[in-house]
Design a protein around this ligand. Structure first.
Ligand code: AMP
Ligand code: TRP
Length: 341
């Protein structure tokens, strides 16, 4: 039997090249070897306020992006999280096994809770935000428990994610081990798959910050739906480091980041990239990088239009049925072990 993969992305904001290189690209690469489940995690999306109409639209748009990236619905299962109610149900059971302290320690919680507080002009001077603080949404704290439920429902072996999700995966493993210890063997303990290159693509405007959907500076990210002109401008404006060589040097993070994007999209080795740009200046390098990104995204953007609404619905319906058949078995087992059923 094939081993199993589970991964997902949130239908919020615009997907960027970091999401593609850190996650989606690997989903596609792994779908032949593994039985794969790729989920559109709309329940995660509402941990921060969303416009309902836009959320509904973005949920379908994200399914199209999965398909355009090369996820093959004949090989992998693509589905919407809320179509499989077992995700929310298992979240409750796992919440009862989770500890406040371990959830409060999650860096994503601390970051997102802080952003919310900024608007309300409360400052924490770098202190940890705690659950007891007023007006931080409970959903933000529960977020990684929902993620653990996603993964554990499918007895997942491998979870392809970017670096920023590593801590959530560790919590998932802790929850699985704790549950197995207390109630008997129930969940497979999953392993992360974090790519050796591309797990943390940085902002084009600040190489100390990861490229992020929620960055206010749009010039920091290349979005998968950006047109050629916008991409070229963003790359031209990207910050660089002192020095002139085009190479992978830890002390020159801006160039290292740009070269990493080039490497992954051109499918060259690191050495080949350095050799290719030996003697080139920043102008030439940025020109070639822009061309590579544009040439990669052009057919991608064409493919997004390929699926009409009925065929997309059919894929998602079939995906949810397949997912549910597995998720319901795990939940039944959990309910029996905990005395709920
Ligand atoms: P999200 O869109 O936040 O749901 O993220 C979807 C996937 O993209 C997750 O596996 C993230 O770890 C990954 N990801 C997000 N930002 C980056 C980045 N800057 N570099 C690499 N991977 C990323
Ligand atoms: N939390 C992930 C992110 O923001 C998305 C996600 C939700 C996920 N459930 C998952 C990723 C399960 C992998 C497996 O990137």
């Amino acid at each position: 039997m094939k081993k199993r993969i589970f991964s997902g992305a949130q239908p919020t904001g615009e997907l960027h090249i970091g999401n593609y290189l850190g996650a989606l690209k690997n989903w596609v690469a792994l779908q032949d070897e593994y039985e794969s489940f790729y989920c559109i995690v709309n329940l995660h999306a509402i941990t921060l306020p969303q416009d309902p109409k836009i959320l509904r639209q973005k949920t379908l748009d994200l399914a199209r992006i999965y398909l355009a990236a090369g996820v093959d619905p004949e090989k992998a299962t693509i589905f919407i999280q809320s179509d499989v109610p077992e995700h929310a149900e298992l979240t409750w059971v796992l919440s009862c096994q989770s500890r406040m302290g371990e959830l409060e320690r999650m860096t994503q919680f601390k970051d997102k809770a802080k952003v919310k507080f900024k608007g309300e002009q409360l400052t924490f001077g770098g202190e940890d935000v705690t659950f007891g603080a007023p007006s931080v949404g409970f959903g933000l704290l529960a977020y990684p428990v929902l993620m653990a439920a996603d993964i554990l429902l499918y007895q997942t072996d491998l979870v392809p994610i970017g670096q920023d999700q590593k801590q959530h995966l560790e919590l998932t493993r802790d929850l699985a081990e704790r549950f197995n210890r207390d109630f008997g063997d129930t969940f497979k303990v999953p392993e992360p798959f974090i790519p050796p290159v591309g797990a943390k693509i940085m902002s084009l405007q600040d190489p100390a910050k990861k490229m992020s959907k929620s960055d206010e500076n749009l010039n920091g990210s290349i979005f998968l739906l950006d047109d050629a002109d916008t991409i070229t401008k963003k790359i031209k404006r990207a910050v660089t480091d002192s020095g002139t060589d085009i190479n992978f040097d830890e002390t020159r993070p801006a160039i290292k980041n740009l070269l990493t994007i080039y490497q992954l999209l051109s499918a060259k080795t690191a050495d080949e990239c350095v050799e290719h740009f030996a003697g080139s200046g920043y102008g030439d390098f940025k020109g070639q990088l822009a061309e590579t990104v544009v040439e990669f995204l052009r057919p991608f953007q064409e493919r997004i239009k390929e699926y009409d609404a009925p065929s997309l619905d059919a894929i998602l319906k079939k995906g949810a049925e397949k997912a549910r058949s597995i998720a319901s078995e795990t939940l039944q087992d959990v309910y029996e072990k905990t005395g709920i059923k």
